[in-house]
Design a protein around this ligand. Structure first.
Ligand SMILES: Nc1nc2c(ncn2[C@@H]2O[C@H](COP(=O)(O)OP(=O)(O)OP(=O)(O)O)[C@@H](O)[C@H]2O)c(=O)[nH]1
Length: 517
């Protein structure tokens, strides 16, 4: 190696050492172990670099970094999961604030994307914190600024005052909403249940947090009892089916045993007949006189007749026992049929209940999702038009506020019924939740969709509602979007929802569809 080459190597080494020193300083702070090893490495590479000692240090660092990388990945996954659960909770709590709800949904979509480096987690954190700040600011803005004489926030007490505070807490409101819906579905099964009636009454009057918790526990207990009763009914039916099938199996075995015995007896009889015939043949060839032949033949014929008689008797006995068995099997089959029919009916009822919104008796979101996947499959296979429409009653909150929750409930029932009456063949409508409905419109072009939604809108607006002697007009806004190539159901729903909000923002009581532009 000449002097020039040596000089170049030295320069490269120095450059590389400086780079590693800077890089190691930048990455300091992940773990104490790595930090101290990085310090040692920097010591080996500073001044006159000692590459032999640096290699030992680099090897140690290599395995520590590998381990750290795994820990970091695990940490990233856990952090994102935590952020996701916090955002979901926030989304529920702010369900009435459309802008915040949308931001939370957007945040959830981002959280579902693969996480890149550690810095993208900081970004996710930052977004989550901003969202929480916005939610806090919005709830603070909607809460009355009541302070006591000491300037402290008022404590929550089991009193009407605390009820007032609670009614502006979005989380409290959403629990009340949920509880109301649960009660509505249980009240249908047990309309006279005093506990349910009591809770329903308290709900309309307003509840403290303590009462709300107690009511939740009562409802939970009912659900568990119901589920257990259902499970024990299912268990009983299955046990009874099992017993009936077991008995039928026994009958069949008995019938097979009888047939086998009968077959064996028939074989014995046949062998006897054969031997009687053989002895007639023998008598014919060996008898020396007609008299002895006649005698012998008579004897054999009598034997044949008695064997045939025995066989006939056995046959009729066998037939009798077979008929008896068949009769008992038939009655067991009938019993089985009755049991399965009762069970099928019960299952169908449950299926119907699980897919029906208890208040409006319209299909619920679960039923919509099932229908949607079939409609999407059909659309993908046939390419026919498929649209989703979202309907939201205008200023519904004011009905609740002015005339009470019960009037709001009644309104939802009447509106649901009226909208449903306008549906055409193959169209499907469900209650999405709250005062929102969703429609699936297969095989309809833009003109047909718009015309149907316009009919629904105008018919609803012309319904004469009357609350406390006051005539009220109820209207709704509509947003509809068509499936396009490569669309997901969520994307189409989101578009329809956005159009609905456009309809709200441009004055309400109107229909906006995708293909308007
Ligand atoms: N009575 C009753 N009210 C409900 C039910 N579900 C949701 N709500 C109420 O419906 C109201 C919806 O109000 P908002 O989302 O503010 O909307 P809005 O008043 O209809 O106003 P716009 O949609 O902007 O026209 C809330 O006050 C909910 O508490 C229900 O099952 N029964």
């Amino acid at each position: 190696m000449d002097a020039k080459q040596l000089q170049t190597y030295k320069q490269h080494n120095t450059l590389l050492s400086q780079f590693i020193v800077r890089l190691s300083a930048f990455y300091e702070g992940f773990s104490d172990k790595i930090d101290s090893e990085l310090q040692i490495l920097r010591g080996h590479l500073s001044g006159t670099p000692n590459f032999t000692l640096a290699t030992v240090s680099i090897n140690k660092l290599n395995s520590a970094l590998q381990h750290q990388e795994l820990t970091l990945k695990k940490y990233s996954i856990e952090t994102v999961a935590l952020l996701e659960s916090a955002t979901k909770r926030l989304q529920k709590a702010v369900f009435e604030d459309e802008a915040l709800k949308k931001r939370a949904t957007q945040q959830l979509i981002t959280l579902n994307q693969p996480v890149g480096d550690i810095f993208s987690i900081y970004k996710l954190f930052q977004q989550a914190i901003e969202l929480h700040h916005a939610a806090l600011a919005s709830s603070a803005a909607s809460e009355p600024a009541v302070e006591n004489s000491k300037g402290e926030a008022p404590a929550l007490e089991n009193s009407k005052e605390s009820n007032k505070d609670n009614t502006v807490n979005p989380l409290y409101k959403s629990i009340l909403e949920e509880l109301n819906q649960l009660i509505a579905s249980y009240a249908q099964r047990q309309p006279d249940d005093s506990q349910l009636v009591d809770i329903q009454k308290k709900l309309t009057e307003g509840m403290s947090e303590d009462q709300l918790l107690k009511s939740c526990v009562v409802i939970l207990r009912m659900i568990v009892q119901d589920a257990m009763a259902e499970a024990s009914l299912t268990g009983k039916v299955i046990q009874s089916l099992h017993n009936s099938l077991g008995k039928m199996g026994g009958d069949i075995q008995l019938s097979m045993d009888n047939s086998r015995t009968q077959f064996e007896q028939r074989q014995v009889g046949n062998a006897q007949l054969q031997s009687h015939i053989e002895s007639i043949e023998e008598a014919v060839s060996h008898s020396d006189s007609l008299e002895s032949l006649k005698e012998h033949t008579q004897f054999c014929v009598q034997n044949i007749a008695s064997t045939l008689n025995e066989q006939a008797q056995l046959d009729s006995q066998g037939q009798e026992s077979l008929m008896g068995l068949l009769g008992s099997m038939q009655s067991r089959i009938e019993q089985l049929q009755k049991q399965t029919q009762t069970y099928k009916k019960k299952l169908a009822e449950q299926m119907m209940l699980s897919q029906t919104d208890p208040l409006t008796r319209l299909p619920n979101r679960q039923a919509y999702n099932e229908k949607l996947s079939k409609a999407v499959q059909f659309w993908q296979d046939n390419g026919d038009d498929l649209a989703v429409a979202v309907i939201d009653i205008d200023h519904f909150k004011s009905i609740n506020d002015r005339f009470g929750h019960a009037a709001g409930d009644k309104t939802l029932q009447v509106v649901g019924k009226n909208l449903k009456q306008q549906l055409t063949k193959n169209t499907f409508m469900a209650r999405w939740g709250g005062e929102e409905f969703v429609l699936l419109l297969p095989g309809m072009d833009k003109q047909k969709v718009t015309s149907l939604l316009e009919t629904m809108r105008t018919k609803l607006a012309s319904l004469p509602f009357k609350f406390k002697q006051e005539k009220v007009t109820i209207t709704a806004s509509f947003g509809a979007s068509f499936f396009k190539k490569g669309d997901t159901p969520d994307a189409v729903f989101e578009r329809a929802d956005n159009l609905l909000y456009q309809a709200k923002n441009s004055g309400r009581n109107r229909v906006i569809t995708d293909r308007d532009e």
